[in-house]
Structure formats: structure tokens, C-alpha cells
Design a protein around this ligand. Structure first.
Ligand code: FAD
Length: 471
């Protein structure tokens, strides 16, 4: 039977966008429900994305360090891989995080509704549970936070089988280490999960359409980082257009040809990971019937205040334009909740850090050198290598560098790019600086604890505004 309940806000999707929006809205006094079709809250990020991949990246990095890194520190060990325990660590990490979201819902008196949500019209969401039971939620506002799903390869019908031809969903749960792996796509997800299995013993080859890995990253960063991955045993086929992925006796085969045309090549592997990106997910949401417009890329179209073209229906996160990142989705969730509560929520899209959790890590915020050139901005570059940093030497983590880009006239920092151990943590200081409109001189004149990796960030800032001390 159909029972109706009335809310101020119904959020569809409990990923970082949806659950954070719900928590913030509840904190601001709104009556909130969240509809989630998965059995657990947390969306892609907590269940099959950020969190499980980081659990495996950390564990496999410890294995790799024990295998090759400890000896030079005078620690002799002969590590043995226990993959089931490593996977159990990942599962426990996921569970702790998804349980954490359930706890936050309870704490903030948010109604969680399990089932697939469909927008009947503005003000009305119908939820269908797995057993077919339906429930209608009446609401003043609807937030679409349905995220994204695996994109596949444009123009190719890839037959994912969860075993040999896999997406990231299954590459975080392989039951044994494949001897060989081909990763299609040299972006963040491919390089992170490729790193996990490479460290555990797989021979990994990355096939990438562009002639660089990490497409949107600063070219200096991509070039340096690729060299470091090659040292770790990665193989690369760049400028390669994949024309076929098929099952084979060895597992699966990937056929590709030079992007500009030429002779085709085929690689065989036990496992092929397709990591060519993600697409906005709006299946079954009823957007067409509700009259909600999508853009050409299939994303829900929004204005600067997350409003769709239908009054009372909003959208945030991976399902709208912008970088597909958990913290971008979260910040949009907070901004929308504030707007709905009558405040002035907003997100500064110029300062959204992005991190690749490989070894070493890669982190970036603001504009790349290529973007500054394209935009005709006069800029200064300050660079500093970790090989000249005392703490990095002490830890044997001397790979990589910091690059600070500042406006040539005003000295305002416009971008920061780091390849190095702990880059993902260090980028936060550049983000804070940029949020406050700081200059490279501001950064260089800020006292940094010694000895820390962060001193390299300061030295790069010194290099941009004057001269580095230690080089
Ligand atoms: P999602 O997290 O995708 O959540 C959407 C939720 O909506 C899902 O749970 C889905 O089941 C639910 N849903 C969809 N339709 C309906 C419906 N009709 N009714 C009910 N529920 C519905 N980002 C980072 O910032 N850092 C990382 O380290 C990182 N690592 C990643 C690693 C991997 C392997 C992957 C795949 C992604 C990674 N990401 C990372 C990206 C990140 O996961 C996404 O940017 C983020 O999850 C987007 O959040 P969201 O709330 O928009 O959507």
C-alpha cells in the first residue's frame, strides 16, 4: 500500500555528495530523507571507489616496501603475501566507513530509505524496494546525487565478465594475483589499481589513447611520474587506440593501433582492467518524465546554484559537470544544503585538489603550466626536488618534486603540483594558501617545521619568488 511522508529534502543517492548534503541540511534544521538502492550507504566512493582502493594501495605499498625498500634501512625481512587477509582488511575498512554514514544518519535524525528512487514530479519521489514494495516521499526539494557508473570504451561493446575483463568494481576484489594485467586507460583509477596488482606481482601494461598518462595533469608531472612507474616495472603503450577487447585462451586480449593510424598490436593478459572513465548515472530516475534536462554528455544540467530546469529539483556530484571527485561532490552537497536553508553556499572550483594515491603520490591544485600558457597568463615557476630535502633522504623517499606556479606580476599562487611521498597531504597547504589568495612569498615566508617533506613546498615557493635556500 502507498503511504506518503513529507520532507523538506529528499536526496537520491548516499555517496559523498548525497550523504554530506543530507547531514548538513539536517544540521541546519531541515527534515531530510536519503534514498539509496545499494544495501549500504556511502555510494561509489565508500563501497567500491576511494576507500577500498586506498586500503589496497596502502597494504600493497607495505608489501612492496617490505620486499624492496626495507633492506637499505637495515631491516631484513622476507615478506609473504596473504591476499585473503589483505582483501579482508579492505572489506573491514569499507564496512567501518559505510557504518559510519549510517551512524551519522541516526545522529542527525535523517530517514534512510532503501530502494530505487524515481522522481515522479517535483515534490514527489517514489521508492521501489527490492521486493517490489513501493513508498512515496513528498518533499519540498529533491537533490539528485546518483553519481556515476563505469563508462566502458566509446564505440566498443566490452563484455565485462567480472573475472578476466573487469572494471574497477571487480579489480578491487581479484581472488588471486594475475601474472599479467593490461590496464586500458592511463588515468587515476587505472594507475592506482594497476599499482596495487603490480606491487603484488603482476606484470602490468597500460594502454592509453593520449600520448601522456594522467591526461589533465601538468606535463612535467606526467613525464616524471611515468618514468618512476617504469622503474617500478610498469609498461606503457601510449597514443594507442583500443579497437578490440576479447576473451582468449590466456584470459583476454586487447588489440590497439596507433591513434594516428598504423599497424595493430595485440596483448594477451590474465586480467584486463578497463579504466577509461565514468559516466553520469541517471538510469531509472524518471528524469525524462519529470522534464529534467541533461547536457550533451548525459549529465544533469544545473545552474550556479545546483538548480535543474525544474523548480525544486537540484543535482550535485558526479552526475553533474566538473571533476568526478568525492570532495567536489561533498563540497557541492554542503553548498546546496546551505542554499536550501537560506544561506549563501558556494564552491570555489578554482581550488579543488586532485590526488593520485600511487607511490609516490601525485597531487595538484589550480592551473597547470599548459593551462596558464593557453590562457595567456604571465607566470613564474618555482621547482624543488625531494632529492634535496633532508627528511626525504632520511626516509629514502627522494623521488619527485614540487612545482609552484605564480602570477608574474602579482606573485599570487595559481597552481601547485607535487610528485612525492605524501603529496596528497602536502597539497592541502597549497589549497589553503590559494583559497586565501596567497602569494609564493607568503608561502615562502611561512615557517615550516624541519625536517619535513613540506619544506620542499616552501622551497619551491622560494624558488618562485626569489631563490631556494637549499639548492
Ligand atoms: P556516488 O558515490 O556514485 O553515489 C551515488 C549513489 O547513488 C550510489 O550509491 C548509487 O547506488 C545511488 N543511486 C543511483 N541511482 C539511484 C536511484 N535511482 N535510487 C537510489 N539510489 C541511487 N574520488 C576521490 O575524490 N578520491 C579518490 O581517491 C577516488 N578514488 C576512486 C577510486 C575508484 C576505483 C572509483 C571508481 C572512483 C574513485 N573516486 C575517487 C571517485 C568518487 O568515487 C566519486 O567522485 C564519488 O563517489 C562521487 O560521489 P557522488 O555522491 O556524486 O556519487
Amino acid at each position: 500500500s502507498d503511504t506518503s511522508e513529507t520532507f523538506d529534502l529528499v536526496v537520491i543517492g548516499s555517496g559523498p555528495g548525497g550523504y554530506v548534503c543530507a547531514v548538513k541540511a539536517a544540521q541546519l534544521g531541515l527534515k531530510v530523507a536519503v534514498v539509496e538502492k545499494r544495501a549500504t550507504y556511502g555510494g561509489t566512493c565508500l563501497n567500491v571507489g576511494c576507500i577500498p582502493s586506498k586500503a589496497l594501495l596502502h597494504a600493497s605499498e607495505m608489501f612492496a616496501e617490505a620486499s624492496h625498500g626495507f633492506a637499505d634501512l637495515g631491516v631484513k625481512v622476507t615478506p609473504e603475501l596473504d591476499l585473503p587477509t589483505m582483501l579482508a582488511h579492505k572489506d573491514k575498512t569499507v564496512r567501518a566507513n559505510t557504518d559510519g554514514v549510517a551512524f551519522l544518519f541516526k545522529k542527525n535524525k535523517i530517514t534512510g530509505v532503501t530502494g530505487a528512487g524515481r522522481i515522479v514530479k517535483a515534490g514527489e519521489v517514489e521508492v521501489t524496494a527490492e521486493d517490489g514494495a513501493k513508498r512515496t516521499l513528498k518533499t519540498k526539494a529533491i537533490c539528485i546525487a546518483t553519481g556515476s557508473s563505469v563508462a566502458g570504451i566509446p564505440g566498443l561493446d566490452v563484455a565485462f565478465d567480472r573475472d578476466t575483463i573487469v572494471s574497477s568494481d571487480d579489480a578491487i576484489a581479484l581472488k588471486k594475483v594475475p601474472a599479467t594485467m593490461v590496464v586500458v586507460g592511463g588515468g587515476v583509477i587505472g594507475l592506482e589499481l594497476g599499482s596495487v596488482w603490480s606491487r603484488l606481482g603482476a606484470r602490468v601494461t597500460v594502454v592509453e589513447y593520449l600520448d601522456k598518462i594522467l591526461g589533465p595533469m601538468d606535463a612535467d608531472v606526467s613525464t616524471q611520474f611515468q618514468k618512476l612507474l617504469v622503474k617500478q616495472g610498469f609498461h606503457f603503450k601510449l597514443g594507442a587506440r583500443v579497437t578490440a577487447v576479447a576473451k582468449s585462451s590466456a584470459g583476454a586480449s586487447v588489440t590497439f593501433e596507433p591513434a594516428q593510424g598504423g599497424a595493430a598490436e595485440t596483448l594477451e593478459a590474465e586480467v584486463v582492467l578497463i579504466a577509461t572513465g565514468r559516466k553520469p548515472y541517471t538510469d531509472g530516475l524518471g528524469l525524462q518524465d519529470a522534464g529534467v534536462s541533461l547536457d550533451k554528455a548525459g549529465r544533469v544540467e544545473i545552474d550556479a546554484h545546483y538548480r535543474t530546469n525544474v523548480e525544486g529539483i537540484y543535482a550535485i556530484g558526479d552526475v553533474v559537470k566538473g571533476p568526478m571527485l568525492a570532495h567536489k561532490a561533498e563540497d557541492e552537497g554542503i553548498a546546496l544544503a546551505e542554499i536550501l536553508a537560506g544561506q549563501k553556499g558556494h564552491v570555489n572550483y578554482a581550488v579543488i585538489p586532485s590526488v593520485v594515491y600511487t607511490s609516490p603520490e601525485v597531487a595538484s591544485v589550480g592551473q597547470t603550466e599548459e593551462e596558464l600558457k593557453k590562457n595567456g597568463v604571465a607566470y613564474k615557476v618555482g621547482k624543488f626536488p625531494f632529492s634535496a630535502n633532508g627528511r626525504a633522504r632520511a626516509m629514502l623517499h627522494t623521488d619527485g618534486f614540487v612545482k609552484v606556479l605564480a602570477d608574474a606580476k602579482t606573485d599570487r599562487v595559481l597552481g601547485a603540483h607535487i610528485v612525492g611521498h605524501g603529496a596528497g597531504e602536502m597539497i592541502a597547504e597549497a589549497a589553503v594558501l590559494m583559497e586565501f589568495g596567497g602569494s609564493s612569498e607568503d608561502l615562502a615566508r611561512t615557517c615550516h617545521a624541519h625536517p619535513t617533506m613540506s619544506e620542499a613546498v616552501r622551497e619551491a615557493a622560494f624558488a618562485a619568488f626569489a631563490k631556494p635556500i637549499h639548492m
